[in-house]
Ligand binder design. Structure first.
Ligand code: G
Ligand code: G
Ligand code: NA
Ligand code: MN
Length: 252
């Protein structure tokens, strides 16, 4: 329909954009990386949220070109920021289940890193549990192949849906992103969960990212609990690259 043809057009004519949200090391305040988040402001439809873009793109066979566009764009951006900000900063890109399970996904990532002249450590990929557990064995192989490139893999929205600790044991991920619902309920039982998940994750040698930090008190409590990285409106809202550059006073 309409929405689909508009999306195709946007994809072909640079009508989409990528916003970046900082991931901050809680112990030092240092910016470790940025999550890339797709944005689309259509001249006819107005702002279309990713929650509609992604399912539509999946349904209409556009998720592969869309996902590749986001990856390419994000890598080009982080290449610049590794020069102007610091040389270990990375970009974290969301990957849909369909994109991840494509044969050739790892080769595509490898090729894009080479084209951008970046090491794998410049990239983190965010996947949800539900997209990985459908076929644990092939997911595990793909994750291992990505990690062999130096690419980090994060389990996004951890603690929502039908998460199971047995999946955590099986999936060789590097990073756990604790869903923002735990922060929102931190004064109301959420703290015990964050503490337990963090202890478990650290025993498994995983890095813990907490999403959805909106208040100073939350940030302090999470730092005390030993969570590694934080993300949320308090630290920084998703913003255009130019805005990030102004905010961190980067040379352009
Ligand atoms: O950007 P927002 O802040 O509204 O994100 C909504 C959802 O869309 C999140 O679950 C996020 O992971 C997802 N999302 C945002 N950008 C991308 C993208 O480039 N690819 C995929 N697959 N999902 C994305
Ligand atoms: O599913 P995923 O974790 O990728 O979703 C990222 C989404 O979370 C984006 O839509 C982003 O705008 C949103 N987000 C980022 N920080 C915060 C925050 O501090 N509070 C809330 N409510 N949403 C946030
Ligand atoms: Na994400
Ligand atoms: Mn998330």
């Amino acid at each position: 329909g309409q929405l689909e043809s508009h999306l195709r057009h946007a994809l072909q004519h640079e009508g989409l954009s990528v916003h970046y949200q900082p991931l901050q090391q809680l112990s030092s305040g240092r910016i470790a990386g940025f999550e890339a988040l797709i944005r689309w402001t259509s001249s006819t439809l107005g702002v279309v949220s990713p929650a509609s873009i992604i399912p539509l793109a999946e349904e209409r066979g556009l998720i592969i070109p869309l996902g590749e566009w986001v990856l390419e764009r994000s890598l080009r951006q982080i290449k610049r920021w590794r020069e102007s900000m610091h040389d270990e900063v990375y970009v974290s890109v969301n990957v849909s289940a369909l994109q991840f399970s494509q044969a050739g996904f790892v080769a595509t990532v490898e090729g894009m890193l080479a084209d951008a002249q970046l090491p794998g450590s410049a990239l983190m990929l965010e996947l949800t549990e539900s997209s990985l557990v459908e076929n644990i064995e092939s997911s595990t192989q793909t994750i291992n192949a990505l990690r062999n490139l130096g690419v980090r893999v994060a389990l996004d929205d951890f603690g929502t849906g039908y998460s199971s600790l047995s999946y955590l044991r099986q999936l060789p991920v590097d990073v756990l992103k604790i869903d923002r619902s735990f922060v929102q309920s931190i004064d109301d039982g959420g703290k015990a969960f964050v503490r337990a998940i963090t202890t478990l994750a650290h025993d498994l040698r995983l890095t813990v990212v907490v999403e959805g930090i909106e208040e100073r008190e939350q940030l302090e409590m999470l730092a005390e609990l030993g969570c590694d990285l934080g993300q949320g409106f308090l630290i920084g809202r998703p913003a255009q690259a130019a805005e990030i550059e102004r905010h961190y006073d980067l040379p352009i």
